[in-house]
Design a protein around this ligand. Sequence first.
Ligand code: SF4
Length: 177
Amino acid sequence: MTKEEAARLAEETGFSHWGFFKAEGLRFLPEVRDMCSANRCNRYEKCWSCPPGCGTLEESKEKAAKYSWGILLQTTAELEDDYDGETMMEADELQKQRLEAFCTKIAGKEDMLPMGSGSCTICKTCTYPDAPCRFPERMITSMEAYGLVVSDVCQLADTPYYYGPLTITYSSCVLFK
Ligand code: SF4
């Protein structure tokens, strides 16, 4: 996969913005993992895609270490007002669908590591911790669960994190060799 091919695929898949970065610039921070364990999103210990089910910070770092570059992929939506939760949820879901579509198109052809936005929502109820994940090939762990600060990755990719008042942006990335 070249960067040109990845950009073409990002456009075809419908992402609003994208940018490239060197994987060596990623910082896997225990402080971000600490925010997961504070459980403000209520997903800690609830899903295979989230800590501690997704593995340790060290394991996350090792997984990412064999990749050399990444593409940051974003979905931006315009909000009617600051409380437009419906549009926020739609954009969140759209970002997940686009990331899955992006990965599905190259699955089996490319060695890649996708990192999503938020917890896995494929199943209504996650099997964690009683049974294995139902769809391990589709489940995507979030950038935050990898210990990444999303705004830092945006900066690394020279891509905005925020597109101004009354907008919401969800970011994910895919690493390649
Ligand atoms: S695919 Fe289903 S079982 Fe697997 S992490 Fe996602 S919600 Fe849980």
